[in-house]
Design a protein. Structure first.
Length: 388
């Protein structure tokens, strides 16, 4: 499209904002493109003093809508931004709570014609707007609007550069960089059970003491966890596995009911640690009774609780359970309802940490963690401690 020629019927606005400090020195960038040809029609970049990233992003959106009103007043508009906040708020799916955002959103709504759509894009696909905002921040570009004729050599060069495919990377190079494609993933969705009467008091609740049921809070936590589990298991050929302990079986049943999963099978080796004589006690009570033994237990994987299991023993059986699950359910999603220690051990293994790492992780009741295991023997931690 050339300015002064036939206006486009469909346009794309790409907008971005940035703050060096958040809040800090800020600027925005916006470009208006012909949706059919991809040619830039006009662009604008300006500094806005000290502001946050979100304010700068909204200012970029407003600038893009002003460009559309000036150079393509009757065109259909699609806004593309890498700001999830702005896209979701302008689409009406998220509430606008921050007072600094409300007047900016109102101005954007005033400028946006009926039918304007908003699309989130990865930052890498928003490079044009990001580039010009950084140019103006660095003093390498005069602020304000530029009208870009399709014959303009710079505009053509920009379009060509942004549409040029990335050079292919050989498989050997990918492997050397750790990028080699991995196939045959078996995904373990690891879910801690919901709260029991012992949870709030932070008492040791292992596999040989009381076998408490979920309390009302724990049942609510599992209802909240179900949509998170569903994100990883929806549409998949998922299977459900549980520890034999009551709190885990009740949690698994809640997930099965809400997600339409089949009945859970029991895997004994994902049960919690046997804390022996420490069952039902708090850390403070144990520290008062035997501080030296508690210190050794925390520092050595081979030191068991009195009459209970060592972390090394637990780790061995949890690993064995994992290998059985991977072999029996290869290529599937396996939802495993378990306990704090076994889940932390599976996560530690995935990231190459030692057994002592379990003492340096926080895992909330009904939290969801996800580990993918690949056919080549590698593992990848996809999520940790997600709660509803």
């Amino acid at each position: 499209m050339t300015v002064g020629g036939t206006p486009p019927t469909r346009v794309i606005i790409e907008a971005d904002g940035g703050s060096r400090g958040n809040p800090g020195k800020a600027a925005f960038g916006a470009v208006l493109k012909d949706a059919d040809s991809g040619a830039p029609i006009a662009e604008c970049a300006e500094t806005i003093g000290i502001a946050t990233n979100n304010v700068a992003e909204y200012r970029g959106l407003i600038s893009g809508l002003e460009l559309a009103a000036a150079y393509a007043p009757d065109a259909e508009i699609e806004v593309r931004m890498d700001s999830k906040l702005v896209v979701e708020q302008m689409s009406g799916r998220w509430k606008i709570k921050h007072p600094d955002m409300r007047p900016l959103a109102m101005e954007a709504n005033r400028l946006a014609p009926f039918g304007t759509t908003y699309t989130w894009i990865p930052r890498a696909e928003n490079s044009y707007a990001d580039r010009i905002l950084n140019q103006v921040l660095d003093g390498k570009r005069e602020p304000g609007v530029r009208v870009l004729d399709a014959e303009d050599e710079e505009a053509v060069r920009v379009v060509e550069a942004e549409s040029r495919p990335e050079p292919a990377v050989s498989e050997a190079t990918q492997a050397a960089r750790g990028w080699a494609p991995r196939t045959g993933a078996t995904v373990l969705v690891l879910v801690r059970h919901g709260a029991t009467a012992l949870t709030a008091e932070r008492r040791f609740s292992g596999s040989t003491g009381a076998d408490p049921a979920l309390v009302a809070e724990g049942r609510a936590q599992m209802r909240a966890a179900a949509p998170i589990v569903g994100r990883f298991a929806a549409g998949a050929d998922a299977v459900l596995v549980t520890s034999p302990l009551r709190r885990a079986q009740e949690s698994a049943a809640a997930l099965a009911d809400r997600l339409g999963l089949g009945a859970a099978s029991v895997e004994p080796d994902v049960r919690e640690v046997d804390f022996g004589a420490w069952e039902g006690l708090t850390f403070a009570e144990i520290a008062e009774r035997d501080p030296d033994l508690l210190a050794r237990w925390r520092s050595s994987a081979d030191e068991p609780a009195p009459g209970g299991e060592s972390m090394a023993q637990v780790h061995a059986r949890v690993r064995a359970a994992r290998e059985r699950l991977l072999a029996e359910h290869e290529g599937r999603v396996v939802v495993v309802v378990s306990h704090v220690t076994p889940i932390k051990m599976l996560v530690a293994d995935a990231v190459g940490a030692d057994t002592a790492a379990v003492h340096r992780m926080e895992l909330a009741p009904a939290a969801v963690s996800v580990v993918a295991h690949y056919a080549d023997g590698t593992a990848s931690l996809r999520a940790f401690n997600l709660t509803g």
